[in-house]
Design a protein around this ligand. Structure first.
Ligand code: C2E
Ligand code: MG
Ligand code: MG
Ligand code: MG
Length: 292
């Protein structure tokens, strides 16, 4: 391959490497400044309760609008934020912003909505994580039962005794705990019995072909059954079609999330979405009184 580029393989590969390194450096330099330059924002994806037909919560999803790089996907910058430790202050910003915005929604009358916030490994392990969560909740004045933290299996399986302690502390505070991307880890399932988990989020890869692929259908069915015998709630992620929704409803999945219900939305659009669904209209005296 290098021959095509002039025959000097070494030079080609080294300039390719340099290019990669430069790109990473630019990304890292920009990422370091992103918080103080207020380049982060949150989008919110609604979660639909199948039984009630109501929006029961929203997942906060981080977005980075960089002047140099444009919109950068979390898949690109979260791993770098992890490596550099920047995830700690960024994660705190996410938590505080999500709690503040949820409080604002509660004040508008959407009093039953919960918010789910993703927590990555380094953040979870950082000393004082629990204290930070408690401080944010107290500062915002949000009842902890409206906050759910999403962790992956690998995060809680790594040094699992320490993890168990942290989870117990969070649980004692009244925060809900979910396992994100469930089914993609390769850990033993016994932790589900010993750790204070409230719900499982079935990974999108299983939901994707649930109506056309027998294996994925069987996996989804097994996860729902497993969750229910353990008294856990199940959320299906990445629901894109009415057929998938019907299939998951038939399995007695509790909550669904995905493009079929709504994409992740900026706060303003989330409010419009909730308005249009007329969620809790009776319980929204403030808004009702503004209408003719
Ligand atoms: P996740 O927590 O599993 O979030 C779900 C991802 O699936 C989101 O991608 C969402 O936009 C996408 N999604 C939702 N519904 C559908 C659907 O129907 N079809 C398809 N194809 N995709 C769907 P996003 O926003 O790009 O985030 C990717 C990942 O980045 C998240 O996966 C999460 O692991 C991480 N992430 C996002 N925000 C944060 C954050 O604030 N902190 C941390 N630590 N991680 C975050
Ligand atoms: Mg998540
Ligand atoms: Mg997920
Ligand atoms: Mg994830």
């Amino acid at each position: 391959k290098a021959k095509e580029f002039g025959g000097d393989g070494y030079q080609f590969y080294s300039s390719e490497l340099n290019h990669r390194a430069m790109e990473r450096l630019t990304l890292e330099t920009s990422l370091r400044r992103a918080l103080e330059r207020r380049e982060f924002l949150l989008h919110y994806q609604p979660l639909l309760g199948i039984g009630s037909g109501r929006i029961v919560g929203v997942e906060a999803l981080l977005r980075w609008d960089s002047p140099e790089l444009g919109m950068v996907s979390p898949a690109r910058f979260i791993p770098l934020a992890e490596e550099t430790g920047l995830i700690v202050p960024i994660g705190e910003w996410v938590l505080r912003s999500a709690c503040e915005q949820l409080r604002a929604l509660h004040e508008l009358g959407y009093t039953e909505l919960c918010v789910s916030v993703n927590v990555s490994a380094r953040q979870f392990r950082h000393d004082g994580f629990c204290a930070m969560v408690a401080a944010v909740l107290a500062a915002v004045g949000l009842d902890p039962r409206y906050l759910e933290l999403e962790l992956t299996e690998s995060v809680i399986m790594e040094r699992s005794e320490t993890a168990k302690g942290i989870l117990r502390k969070l649980k004692q505070m009244g925060v809900s705990l979910a396992i994100d991307d469930f089914g993609t880890g390769y850990s033993s399932l016994s932790y589900l019995k010993h750790f204070p988990i409230d719900r499982l989020k079935i990974d999108r890869t299983f939901v994707k072909e649930v109506t056309v692929d027998q294996d994925n259908a069987a996996i989804a069915e097994a996860i729902v059954a497993l969750a229910h015998v353990l008294n856990l709630d199940v959320v299906a992620e990445g629901v894109e079609t009415a057929e998938q929704l019907a299939f998951l409803a038939a399995l007695r999945c509790d909550v669904v999330q995905g493009y079929h219900i709504a994409r992740p939305l900026p706060p303003r659009n989330l409010l419009e979405f909730l308005e249009a669904r007329q969620e809790d209209r009776a319980a929204r005296p403030m808004l009702r009184s503004l209408q003719p």
